[in-house]
Design a protein around this ligand. Structure first.
Ligand code: P1T
Length: 378
């Protein structure tokens, strides 16, 4: 089946008990057993398995071209569980432009458990090759990155990483692109991670995460960790993400259409020093982005000539673009990453330009969005 059909049907059959077309929200923590150690349909306890969660997991796996999906209570819970695949003293090579919370988890929490992290420019395969060490077990990247929208050639990095004798796991955080635009497993990644809080949920009403893999052995280790660690989502949250996913292709096309109109406006604006959008010819990885991503997505970053003060003024002056953290919902959001979503990387090698403004372009009418930005910049 094609992506648009999978988004609506994968993992979701009408309920065998009563024909309900929508997956029911199974608000139950436990399941009756027919005898000791004889669960009825494999369900024992909802930390381990829940039918609403299973539908979401199977749907996300299908969309990413994977065989196994796992849902989590947040994107960071998904990230943390993946990192628990490693033993102490492992080295992790991560991109030098990742979500601030991912950096904080790596640098401030997991280092205390004797994991070693270095941060490198994953847009350059040579930098990645040089940064691998004899103890590297995992390589973590985002593409496009948050918030600079740098694009990494996943296939090129997979070749470098898998040539290493340890065969480190290549993990791609696909939150910004979504599987509609790019499918990392098909390009050689071993694990895909999502914050489903963003485009997959799509309506800013749920926090969640996901992990998708192809390999059965890896999936078994992750299912074990999902249950053993317990950072699982509730059934209502799973339902909301499942419902959001049904319109993902429509929304992503509209996000990108609106983003293109805004890019055209910003590229000519005298107050904008630098515009960053993956499908804009000025983007340093434009060619890779065109090859790897179906469209340029809904995220735009730009640096204002007046630095931090100008950025703060603009984000406080918009009326339709809401000043808020997060992204990927139907409504347009605006923020200053250095002071908001990426405050936790301040002073580190990942520090963000204080004059950078990030837009999550929603699916409102583009004329209203353009007018709003025009008056805010004025
Ligand atoms: O917020 P949570 O669901 O835990 O997801 C964390 C996360 C992981 N990966 C990427 C690429 C992300 O952007 C995020 C969360 N990001 C924001 C909240 C933000 O505004 O950038």
């Amino acid at each position: 089946m094609k992506f648009e059909t999978l988004a609506i049907h994968a993992g979701q059959e009408p309920d065998p008990n009563n024909g309900a077309v929508m997956t029911p929200v199974y608000l139950t923590s436990t399941y009756a057993q027919d005898g000791v150690g004889r669960p009825r349909q494999g369900y024992e306890y909802s930390r381990t398995q829940n039918p609403t969660r299973k539908a979401l997991q199977d749907c996300i796996a299908a969309l990413e071209g994977g065989n196994y999906g796992l849902a989590f209570s947040s994107g960071l819970a998904a990230t943390d569980t993946v990192l628990r695949l490693l033993n102490a003293d492992s080295h992790v090579l991560a991109g030098n432009d990742v979500y601030g919370g991912t950096f904080r988890l790596f640098d401030k929490v997991l280092r205390r458990f004797n994991l070693d992290f270095t941060f490198a420019d994953t847009t350059d395969p040579e930098s990645v090759a040089e940064a691998l060490t004899p103890s590297t077990r995992l390589v973590w990247l985002e593409t496009p990155t948050n918030p600079f929208l740098r694009v990494t050639d996943i296939r090129a990095i997979a070749e470098v990483v898998h040539a290493h004798p340890n065969k480190p796991l290549l993990v791609v955080d696909n939150t910004f692109a979504t599987p509609y635009l790019q499918r990392p497993l098909e390009l050689g990644a071993d694990i895909v991670v999502h914050s489903t809080t963003k485009y997959l949920g799509g309506h800013s009403d749920v926090v969640g995460g996901a992990v998708i893999v192809k390999d059965k052995e890896l999936a078994d280790k992750l299912y074990f960790l999902q249950n053993a660690v317990g950072a699982v989502p509730g059934p209502m949250d799973c339902f909301l993400v499942l419902r959001g996913i049904k319109t993902l292709p429509l929304r992503m096309d509209r996000h990108a259409g609106n983003a293109n109109a805004i890019v055209e406006f910003l590229e000519k604006h005298p107050k904008v020093e630098k515009l960053i959008y993956p499908h804009h010819p000025s983007h340093p990885q434009y060619k890779v982005a065109k090859q790897q991503m179906k469209n340029g997505g809904g995220m735009i970053s730009f640096i204002l000539k007046g630095g931090r003060d100008a950025a703060v003024k603009v984000v406080e002056a918009t009326r339709i673009f809401t000043l808020a953290e997060s992204l990927g919902g139907v409504e347009s959001l605006i923020e200053v990453p250095a002071a908001m979503t990426h405050l936790s990387v301040a002073g580190s090698q990942l520090a963000v330009d204080p004059g950078l403004v990030r837009l999550s372009v929603g699916i409102e009418h583009k004329d209203d969005l353009l007018e709003d930005l025009e008056q805010a910049l004025r």
